[in-house]
Design a protein around this ligand. Structure first.
Ligand code: MEV
Length: 422
C-alpha cells in the first residue's frame, strides 16, 4: 500500500477508487451493495470520517424479558451466533419465576482536570475556593440546559495525589447528566474550567493542567439486578435436580470469584448480552466495557461480576454493573435503528435502560452458566455453528434439513460437514 496524505479530503468515490487501485481489485460493486438510500446514507456518513460503505450486523430481538414488572422485547446487535438465543432462554426461564428486579444505586458521572503543581498546595486550594463561585457563574451558559433537566455539576473537589506521583493533583468534578450519557457535556465543562483556571489563577500559581477529561470508570453510576426464586421453583434443569443445579451454579460463581481465567470468560458472557443492547441503542460499548472490567477488579483482584447466593430456601442470582448510558444525545436520536430500538423498549429513560441492559447481561450469564454446569455449551453453540458452515458451503434447503438431523448427535466441524455434503 502507498502512503497517502489528504485521504479524508477525497470524495467517497475517490477514496474507493484509491483503495481499489491499492488492492488491484474492483470493490465498488461489493461496497455498493451495502449502500442505503441517500437520506439515510448521509446520516451514517456524518458519524465518522472516511466512510466508504456500511458494515451490516444482524439486528435481533430477544423477547420475554420481565424487568421490574414490565415485559420487554429487547433489540440486540451482535454477530455471535448463540448470544440472542441464550439471552432469550434466560429471559424465558426467569419470566415464570418473577423476572428481573433492579435497583439504581447511583447515576453520578465524573471527570478530572489532572495537573501538576510544585508549590504550596494550601495556597492554591484557598485561591481555588475563592474563585469557585465566579467559575460556576461563568459556567452558567454551558450548563443551564442540563440544570433545567435536573442535572449539572454536583461537586468539585481538589485531590492531593502526591502520594502516588510527585506533584500530581486533580480537580475532580461530579456530574448528573440525566438521560444523556454526558461525555460531550462533561468534556466541554472540563475544558472550559481548565481554561478559566489558567486565565484566572495562572499568574500567581504555576500549575500545569495536563488533561481535562471525563472518566469512563463509573462506579457511582451503577445498577443492581437480581433474579431470584425458591429453590423448588428452579425445577429440574437439563437433567439436574433443583438442588444439584443450584449447587453447581454456586460452585461456578465461586470459581469466577477466585480465578481470573474463569472470571474474564464469565464476564465476557455477561458483556455478550450487555454490548448487544448497548449497540442496538446507539450507546458507547467501549466505555461500558472499560468500566465493567475496571469495576470487576475494584477489590484489587479481577472477579466475576455476578454471583449466586443460596440463602435458606432461595436461589439468588445477582450482579452490580456500572453503566453510563444515554437515551438522548449522541447517535441515539440520529441512527434510524437506534430510534427504533428505543421505541421497541417503550422509550426508556437512562435509568430504565440501565435496568434493561443489566438484566440482559444477567440473563445471558445465567444461560451460559446453566449450559456449562449441565450439558456443556457446545451442544447449543454447534446448532448455530452448523447453520453457519452449511451457509458457507452453499447447502440447499434439503441438505440443511438432512444435515440438522445427521448432526444431532455427531461432532460438527467444517471438515465433517463438507464430507456430509459430498
Ligand atoms: C461465549 O461467547 C461466552 C461464554 O464463554 C461465557 C461463559 O463461559 O460463561 C459461554
Amino acid at each position: 500500500m502507498e502512503q497517502i496524505s489528504g485521504f479524508s479530503r477525497l470524495s467517497k468515490g475517490q477514496k474507493i477508487h484509491w483503495l481499489c487501485k491499492q488492492m488491484n481489485l474492483d470493490l465498488s460493486k461489493l461496497l455498493d451493495q451495502y449502500k442505503f438510500d441517500p437520506s439515510v446514507q448521509k446520516i451514517l456518513d456524518e458519524f465518522t470520517e472516511n466512510s466508504i460503505s456500511n458494515f451490516p450486523l444482524p439486528y435481533s430481538i430477544a423477547p420475554n424479558f420481565l424487568i421490574d414488572e414490565k415485559i420487554y422485547c429487547v433489540p440486540m446487535v451482535i454477530e455471535e451466533s448463540s448470544v440472542v438465543a441464550a439471552a432469550s432462554h434466560g429471559a424465558k426461564f426467569w419470566m415464570t419465576r418473577g423476572g428481573f428486579t433492579t435497583q439504581i444505586l447511583g447515576t453520578t458521572k465524573r471527570g478530572h482536570l489532572h495537573f501538576f503543581y510544585r508549590d504550596d498546595f494550601s495556597k492554591l486550594n484557598l485561591a481555588f475556593e475563592e474563585i469557585k463561585p465566579k467559575l460556576l457563574d461563568s459556567l452558567k451558559p454551558l450548563i443551564s440546559n442540563m440544570e433545567k433537566r435536573g442535572g449539572g455539576i454536583k461537586s468539585i473537589k481538589l485531590l492531593d495525589r502526591t502520594d502516588e506521583a510527585p506533584h500530581f493533583y486533580q480537580w475532580e468534578f461530579d456530574f448528573e447528566t440525566c438521560d444523556a450519557m454526558g461525555a460531550n457535556f462533561i468534556n466541554s465543562v472540563l475544558e472550559f474550567c481548565a481554561q478559566y483556571l489558567k486565565d484566572h489563577l495562572k499568574n500567581n500559581f504555576d500549575f500545569d493542567i495536563i488533561l481535562s477529561i471525563l472518566t469512563n470508570y463509573t462506579p457511582q453510576s451503577v445498577v443492581e439486578v437480581t433474579a431470584q426464586c425458591r429453590m423448588s421453583e428452579l425445577g429440574s434443569v437439563d437433567g439436574c435436580s433443583a438442588m444439584e443445579f443450584a449447587e453447581r451454579m454456586l460452585a461456578a460463581s465461586q470459581i469466577a470469584q477466585v480465578d481470573i481465567s474463569r472470571a474474564v470468560t464469565h464476564n465476557k458472557g455477561i458483556m455478550n448480552g450487555v454490548d448487544a443492547v448497548v449497540m442496538a441503542t446507539g450507546n458507547d460499548y467501549r466505555a461500558v466495557e472499560a468500566s465493567a472490567h475496571a469495576f470487576a477488579a475494584r477489590s484489587g483482584k479481577y472477579q466475576g461480576l455476578s454471583k449466586v447466593i443460596l440463602e435458606e430456601d432461595k436461589f439468588i442470582f445477582q450482579m452490580q454493573l456500572p453503566l453510563a448510558l444515554g437515551t438522548v444525545g449522541g447517535i441515539t436520536g440520529l441512527h434510524p435503528l437506534t430510534k427504533l430500538s428505543l421505541q421497541i423498549l417503550k422509550n426508556p429513560n437512562a435509568k430504565e435502560l440501565m435496568s434493561i441492559v443489566a438484566s440482559v447481561g444477567l440473563a445471558q450469564n445465567f444461560s451460559a452458566m446453566r449450559s456449562l454446569v449441565t450439558t456443556g455449551i457446545q451442544k447449543g453453540h454447534m446448532k448455530m455453528h452448523l447453520l453457519n458452515i452449511l451457509q458457507q458451503l452453499g447447502a440447499n434447503e434439503k441438505q440443511i434439513i438432512a444435515a440438522k438431523q445427521y448432526f444431532k448427535d455427531r461432532v460438527v466441524s467444517f471438515q465433517s460437514v463438507r464430507e456430509f455434503l459430498l
